[in-house]
Ligand binder design. Structure first.
Ligand SMILES: NC(=O)c1ccc[n+]([C@@H]2O[C@H](COP(=O)([O-])OP(=O)(O)OC[C@H]3O[C@@H](n4cnc5c(N)ncnc54)[C@H](OP(=O)(O)O)[C@@H]3O)[C@@H](O)[C@H]2O)c1
Length: 217
């Protein structure tokens, strides 16, 4: 499987790209500036599979799974560019969370579709399946390849196949259990959980708040 991480040079994308590569997957980091991205990737150190770099459109065209790890505000232009390039049968994994920080104050962006994930769904070709995942995983810990995450991560999708494939990708990250939660519309709850994790981080001056569900069989 080839995994394209769009925004793979960013905080969340870098950790995901490195974790997928550490698990032996083929990873292509997508960037607006492949030269800058190549220099960034070279500084990450060795992985079992060398991480490739391409511009966003080329990365999307190569991916069997395309991970969107970019700011929410950049999605519309990006999806216009990438949508026509996606391979039939590929899946899109939306990682975005619609939060803003104005003068240091966190707020959720009001998304007409109900969630960032549904915003993405509305802008993808209808034949492309998608799921939401990796939204509550903290970037700082994700990027520490020597550490296990020791947490759960929620996965939702309107496609059973995409939910299963996304859950398998979640479990490529050491110490993460995937918790499927049904249809894509439930991403709105997950996105608010991310805001809750940020609030916990700020209140307790930590960086790695994350979630574990108790009571699952
Ligand atoms: N940070 C976290 O702990 C965390 C946790 C869960 C979810 N998320 C979500 O993951 C997403 C990425 O977060 P992040 O913290 O990694 O963000 P980030 O570091 O600010 O940006 C990620 C990457 O997105 C690309 N990008 C930035 N502006 C863009 C634009 N206008 N058009 C296209 N690409 C653009 C950049 O890559 P290039 O310059 O190489 O193109 C950048 O390196 C966000 O939606 C965030 O809510 C983050």
């Amino acid at each position: 499987m080839a995994i394209a991480v769009i925004g793979g040079t960013g905080q969340q994308g870098r950790g995901l790209a490195r974790r997928f590569a550490a698990a032996g997957e083929r990873v292509i980091v997508g960037s607006r500036d492949p030269d800058r991205a190549r220099a960034a990737v070279a500084a990450w150190g060795e992985t079992p599979q060398p991480i490739e770099v391409a511009d966003n459109a080329a990365a999307a065209a190569l991916g069997d799974a395309i991970v969107l790890a970019v700011p929410f505000a950049s999605l519309d232009a990006l999806l216009d560019e990438l949508g026509p390039r996606l391979k039939p049968g590929s899946i899109v994994i939306d990682v975005t969370v619609p939060v803003t920080f104005v003068s240091g104050k966190m707020a959720m962006i009001d998304v007409a579709e109900g969630s960032a994930a549904e915003h993405v769904r509305a802008r993808l070709p209808s034949a492309i399946r998608m799921a939401a995942a990796f939204k509550t995983i903290p970037a700082s810990l994700l990027d520490r390849l020597d550490r296990s995450l020791d947490c759960d991560e929620f996965v939702c999708s309107d496609s059973d196949e995409a939910r299963v494939r996304a859950a398998a990708m979640v479990e490529l990250v050491a110490g993460v259990r995937a918790v499927p939660i049904g249809p894509l519309s439930r991403a709105r709850f997950v996105e608010h959980l991310t805001a809750l994790a940020i609030a916990v981080n700020r209140t307790h001056r930590i960086h790695d708040a994350r979630f574990r569900v108790v009571g699952l069989p």
